[in-house]
Design a protein around this ligand. Structure first.
Ligand SMILES: *Cc1c(COP(=O)(O)O)cnc(C)c1O
Length: 396
């Protein structure tokens, strides 16, 4: 039997985590995917690549991010609650870790030109930031509807020098932007396609999880320093595609005594028809080039998800999470729009930390867990809430 470490964090040679993953791409993209796989395998063994990545994380991103003991949440829940402060990263969330890792990879591959898609614009901003730093041309596809809804992020990307191209087909949202980015990549194989979460065809989910694994590497060291033990009893993270969760869980998959809790957005309620609770409502199918769980109707058409938080508003889930949840290693918890709003307000008033709406879902999950005074819980605070302030003003 394979060890849990291998089956959960590292896929097999074809990119499968159990039944999920793989690379379901048009024949025309095979060479691109193979070029990426072999370049990544080389970089992975090259200590100068790893050194430049770690250096950038330190000097440019501001890592390590702190592991903050929240006295007030600890009193409220009767256990020790630590917050992993990814909100303190440059650009305000964990996404920059991955964007920088992939830009370095693109550079090593001799690429000068990046293509990406973005939904709410968070990944687009992280990509445009990394491109500005590394003098790369940056093209970001974004649904026309999202461009209208997320004007500040569009302006940030443009100010950073990126070209934002509207996707005008279908529902004019993320999945249409993804289709157009892939089409662009087929026609411009010299471009590097930069994916923002642990989704897409193999090797992307593996690459993104590796780059985000810095989160749990730091948690282990920091917990040890603060408590004497490097393992928490529970670790909680929200899941859109699942990159911040993959990073926060990474070094704990093989530690069976650590409970992993993935928090999905149930929107207006799991059965309301307006939710993004993929692990509850999804069934196996191919989305964005990999076999995973996705919300689809009986014709295999993707069902439009809903969440108040743009980063969780995704109809699928990364294949490693699909595998880990379906085998029971990771437990899924569902948090609604309203519960997330209340948790955001609570953290803001208790600690003076305004969390991203996505991260507020992870915080709200504390209320749904059985906790004792033996518990040491780490909540991954994936990002800061400045971008959500318009939504939060209704709670004042
Ligand atoms: C994008 C985003 C998420 C969701 O993406 P994952 O890949 O699931 O981590 C969560 N939190 C914040 C702050 C984000 O910007």
């Amino acid at each position: 039997m394979e060890s849990i470490t291998i089956t959960h964090t590292q896929p097999d040679d074809l990119g499968f985590y159990g039944n999920f993953g793989g690379a379901f791409v048009p024949e025309l993209l095979r060479p691109n995917i193979e070029e990426l796989s072999s370049a990544y395998a080389k970089c992975n063994q090259d200590s100068s690549f790893q050194d430049s990545f770690v250096q950038l994380l330190k000097d440019y991103v501001g890592r390590p991010t702190s592991l903050y003991f929240s006295q007030k949440l600890s009193s409220k829940y009767g256990c020790s609650v630590f917050l992993k402060r990814e909100d303190l990263n440059h650009t305000g969330a964990h996404k920059i870790n991955n964007a920088l890792g992939q830009i370095l990879l693109a550079k090593r591959m001799g690429k000068t030109h990046i293509v990406a898609e973005t939904g709410a614009g968070q990944h687009g901003v992280a990509t445009a930031t990394a491109c500005a730093l590394m003098d790369m041309k940056c093209i970001v596809f974004m649904g026309e509807k999202d461009i209208q809804r997320q004007a500040p992020n569009v302006q940030r990307m443009q100010f950073l020098g990126a070209e934002v191209v509207p996707a005008t087909s279908g529902s004019k949202t993320l999945k249409d932007a993804t289709n157009e980015a892939i089409r662009y990549w087929i026609n411009h194989p010299q471009a590097y396609y930069l994916i923002g979460s642990v989704v897409g065809p193999h090797p992307y989910p593996m690459i993104v999880a590796d780059f985000q694994s810095i989160i749990s590497a730091e948690i282990k060291l920091q917990l040890k320093e603060k408590t004497g033990y490097e393992l928490p009893t529970k670790i909680v993270a929200c899941v859109g595609g699942g990159s911040n969760a993959a990073g926060a869980f990474y070094h704990f998959y093989s530690k069976d005594q650590v409970e992993l809790i993935a928090v999905e957005a149930s929107g207006k309620g799991i059965d309301s028809g307006a939710s993004a609770a993929t692990s509850a409502l999804g069934s196996p199918g191919v989305l964005h080039g990999s076999m995973t769980l996705l919300m689809q109707d009986h014709h295999g058409q993707v069902i439009e998800p809903h969440s108040i938080s743009a980063g969780l508003d995704y109809p699928g889930i990364g294949p490693l999470h699909a595998h880990s949840i379906s085998t029971g290693r990771t437990k899924a918890v569902y948090v609604s729009d309203n519960e997330a709003l209340m948790a955001a307000k609570e953290l803001t008033l208790l600690e003076g930390i305004i969390p991203a709406l996505e991260s507020a879902h992870a915080l709200a999950a504390l209320d749904k867990m059985t906790l004792t005074n033996e518990d040491v819980v780490v909540v991954n605070l994936s990002g800061r809430g400045d971008k959500d302030i318009e939504t939060y003003t209704q709670l004042i």
